[in-house]
Design a protein around this ligand. Structure first.
Ligand code: DC
Length: 205
């Protein structure tokens, strides 16, 4: 079974998806970490054949994120890597390479998969689709808390990334028609996780 959780940056997807996977005893897939790892690894590789290069990358997700032997766990969370990931995520051939990998993973077992296009492109047959949102200000405040920076600066960068993610030609961020929209603005993580776990159990029956 696949639970797809899509939505904009800072909506709480990662926290919710990780806790939900634990609660349901499913495996967690952070598809954004793949784009981030690809962006970091391809950064100095220059233009041209990016898709082929992305397809050849040995990206391993787990407690640590590795590209080959290189541990990129921390570097993929920097502001620079966020921007690079958002940029590289607009390249069709890179998306194709990473989507193929994600589909292979999701083909077997029980997953909570988080990203922007899980319910629309990667796994349109997901048994449960959630589109998690929160107000732009709240999302910026949450990110600023994690990064220990000013939330207005985060809001400015986030608005640019939101714009890039939702207006790109290939797989723009949008809710699947059959997704359940959940606004996490005034809700605790536990509350949201409990709601989705309840939905997952209903679907599974
Ligand atoms: O979820 P995140 O912030 O770690 O994602 C990093 C970037 O990767 C984000 O700008 C959008 C992109 N992304 C995507 O295009 N498709 C996904 N399934 C996941 C992430």
């Amino acid at each position: 079974m696949v639970v797809a959780i899509d939505g904009p940056a800072g909506a709480g997807k990662s926290t919710v998806a990780r806790l939900l996977a634990e609660k349901l005893n499913f495996t967690y897939l952070d598809s954004g970490a793949m784009y981030r790892a690809a962006a970091v690894a391809l950064d100095s590789a220059g233009e041209g054949h990016l898709g082929q290069q992305a397809a050849n990358l040995d990206i391993r997700l787990g407690e640590r994120v590795l590209v080959g032997d290189r541990d990129v766990t921390d570097v993929i969370r920097t502001t620079e890597a966020s921007e690079a990931a958002s940029r590289i995520a607009t390249v069709r051939s890179v998306r194709d390479a990473l989507v193929e990998r994600q589909r292979k993973l999701l083909a077997e077992g029980d997953w909570v998969a988080e990203g922007r296009d899980i319910g629309t492109v990667v796994c349109p047959g997901a048994e449960l689709k959630v589109f998690l949102t929160a107000s732009p200000e709240e999302r910026a405040r949450r990110r600023a808390g994690q990064l220990a920076t000013d939330w207005r600066t985060v809001l400015r960068d986030q608005t640019l990334r939101d714009e890039q993610d939702s207006t790109r030609e290939h797989s723009p961020l949008r809710a699947a028609v059959d997704a359940i929209e959940i606004d996490s603005t005034d809700r605790t993580v536990e509350d949201v996780v409990t709601q989705i776990a309840g939905l997952a159990r209903t679907v599974r029956r």
